[in-house]
Design a protein around this ligand. Structure first.
Ligand SMILES: [Zn+2]
Length: 268
């Protein structure tokens, strides 16, 4: 094992345990992976508390997700991680957690419009909501359109994913998303956070590009705002305005989607 692999192993164990220590996972929730040389990936094992992950329990998978080293099975969402790595050669690590505030927003069908200028530089103007999907290929397909444009997403019914050029960067992005979601929820009883003025965005996005961050630094067009229907707003504002800030998914729509996904999954 190379020195760099042993260092990456130590990082994956450390950040697994951090997810648990922060209260961002329960039971066997959450998963982490990191890119190794030669198209291999180091990943946390399935069915482990993140508090119990050790160097011995880590697994190595190939680009198709087959375990090539380690004594355990890999988590079932490895397909999402592998698809992110395939789409984004700059990405070296992926972190997934059910941190409570980000998961609260995502479970309510809400994206996060970023409302602090500094955070726009780090994350871009929006942390989008990946639509609800059944686990497996449907979840990989649901994530696919977001991978080129974002470094962190909320996933309906599945917490948050963040990725970056190191385990630390992916973790710090997850931390910032969770922190912003917490603030957005804390602000709801006093009217909700206010969106940044549109005039502020161009210089912030330019600073982001100059820092080598975001899609524009990779030659792509940056998305500038969350869909109006999906940003965080207090219930009173949502019900007072007509249409523009309506919830993105009504309960019956959500039930329909779950029924369709379940029957599709059963047919497979
Ligand atoms: Zn999950």
């Amino acid at each position: 094992m190379s020195t760099s692999e042993s260092k990456l192993r130590a990082q994956l164990v450390e950040y697994s345990q951090r997810l648990h220590a922060r209260g961002w996972v329960a039971n066997h929730d959450g998963n982490l992976s990191v890119r190794l040389p030669d198209a291999r990936f180091l990943a946390t094992p399935t069915a482990f508390s993140k508090a119990e992950v050790t160097n011995d329990s880590l697994v190595v998978v190939d680009a198709a997700g087959a375990v090539v080293a380690g004594r355990h099975r890999v988590f079932s969402e490895i397909g999402i991680h592998l698809s992110l790595y395939a789409t984004r050669p700059d990405v070296a690590a992926v972190v997934h957690a059910h941190s409570p505030h980000a998961t609260a927003l995502s479970a309510c069908g809400q994206a996060l419009e970023v409302f602090l200028p500094e955070a726009v530089v780090s994350l871009g103007p929006v942390v989008p909501l990946v639509p609800l999907s059944a686990p497996g290929p449907a979840a990989v397909a649901a994530m696919a359109p977001f991978a080129p444009l974002y470094d962190a997403v909320l996933v309906a019914g599945n917490g948050l994913f963040a990725w970056g050029d190191s385990v630390e960067q992916a973790y710090l992005r997850a931390e910032l998303v969770e922190h912003l979601c917490r603030i957005a929820l804390l602000a709801l009883p006093v009217g909700g956070v206010k969106p940044l003025p549109a005039t502020l965005l161009p210089p912030l996005l330019e600073a982001r590009r100059k820092a080598g961050l975001g899609p524009e630094a990779r030659g792509l067009k940056a998305p500038v705002a969350a869909p109006a229907a999906a940003s965080v707003a207090p219930p009173s504002a949502a019900s007072a305005s007509s249409g523009a800030s309506a919830p993105s998914l009504a309960a019956d729509q959500l039930a329909d989607i779950i029924r369709q996904e379940l029957s599709a999954a059963l047919r497979r």
